[in-house]
Ligand binder design. Structure first.
Ligand SMILES: NC(=O)c1ccc[n+]([C@@H]2O[C@H](COP(=O)([O-])OP(=O)(O)OC[C@H]3O[C@@H](n4cnc5c(N)ncnc54)[C@H](OP(=O)(O)O)[C@@H]3O)[C@@H](O)[C@H]2O)c1
Length: 318
């Protein structure tokens, strides 16, 4: 008699297999998946515009050891053709759990792993190069991959030291892309400086319908410099959920194929032309599937974006 967990694994494995067969059948066309994709500016490699983040609720479950819901989340993500998984050593067990689950589900090379390095501490300070290298080696171990797609310097921690190591790794072919992250406006000036001075492939930055500060200078600069953008905090963690509690979705959201508040918030983000991928965190497969709906169908145009912005600004708590 199969246990519930085995049955779950088989059904997810079947879903992933069917999805990869579907993708293989469609390979060679410009539309490999149903999801809207964007090109990484440096390489032209296309990524599905919605991925998965792993702090917040994902990290809490990873820490608790309750892995079945996270297995379902990753299975749902892969079955729908999404690939980008954003994690970091500082998200507790998330990196190791995601690597383990991806191996169990046979996702192998189909994942685009984006992780981070930071041993400099939260408020700056210098990074010990040996500790940074050890942290990176642990990420290779956790993800079970010889090559990691992207490693970013987390929160701009000691960029000269930590990015120096990432440059070596990119040169050696152990990582494919490198970048830096920041989700604090107080760091934007430093972020801009790094974007101007360093040969980075990606940034990770906060951007949401009620938090558009990064759209003033950071996102345009990314476009100018040919830097890919991973968007973090697209819901402001729980901030936007509190704003729309009890609020009906406006009927005009259907004009750009939006059926939920999650899709409303995520479509706003990915309709910005500088954005490569948004990585909302979730611990629930139904939310993962809901979020992936934002990478399908029509995106809002400029007028519709303005209407969305005004609608959210008019909600209580704005
Ligand atoms: N400095 C940095 O490098 C940095 C900083 C912050 C974040 N990040 C990255 O960005 C990712 C996203 O940020 P975040 O996780 O803090 O915040 P977020 O993605 O804005 O919010 C996640 C929250 O939204 C909920 N949620 C997700 N999908 C939903 C849906 N369809 N319907 C209703 N609720 C939904 C989640 O709960 P459920 O589990 O209930 O779905 C969770 O509470 C992080 O996980 C991390 O990978 C990086």
């Amino acid at each position: 008699m199969a246990t519930r967990r085995q049955a779950l694994q088989w059904s997810l494995a079947t879903a992933v297999l069917l999805a990869s067969k579907r993708r293989a059948l469609m390979a060679g066309t410009s539309d490999r998946t149903q999801l809207i994709t964007r090109a990484i500016p440096r390489s032209g490699e296309r990524l599905p515009t919605v991925g998965l983040g792993s702090s917040a609720s994902f990290a809490a479950l990873a820490r608790s050891g309750e892995l079945d819901p996270l297995r379902e989340v990753l299975g749902a993500m892969a079955a729908h053709g999404a690939t980008v998984f954003d994690t970091a050593p500082s998200y507790g067990e998330s990196e190791a759990v995601a690597g383990q689950l991806a191996r169990e589900l046979g996702l192998g090379d189909s994942m685009f792993w984006a992780t981070k390095v930071n041993v400099a501490g939260r408020d700056g300070g210098s990074a010990d190069p040996a500790a940074a290298r050890a942290q990176i080696e642990a990420s290779f171990e956790h993800l079970g991959s010889k090559v990691i797609d992207l490693i970013q310097v987390h929160n701009l921690g000691d960029v000269p030291v930590q990015m120096g190591i990432l440059k070596e790794l990119r040169e050696a072919g152990r990582i494919r892309y490198l970048g830096v992250t920041s989700t604090r406006a107080a760091q934007y000036a430093e972020l801009e400086q790094v974007m101007r001075d360093e040969p980075i492939d990606f940034i990770g930055v906060d951007y949401a319908i009620d938090n558009e500060l990064s759209a003033e200078r950071i996102l345009p600069l990314a476009q100018d410099r040919g830097i890919g953008v991973l968007v973090y905090l697209p819901f402001g963690r729980t901030r936007l959920w509190e704003r729309v509690r009890g609020q009906a979705l406006p009927v005009w959201a259907a004009e750009f194929d939006t059926r939920s508040w999650a899709q409303f918030f995520l479509k706003f983000v990915i309709s910005h032309p500088a954005v490569t991928v948004v990585t909302p965190a979730t611990s629930k497969a139904k939310h993962m599937i809901d979020n992936l709906g934002a990478a399908m169908g029509r995106l809002p145009d400029e007028d519709q974006r303005q209407r969305m912005r005004e609608f959210v600004a008019g909600l209580p708590g704005g």
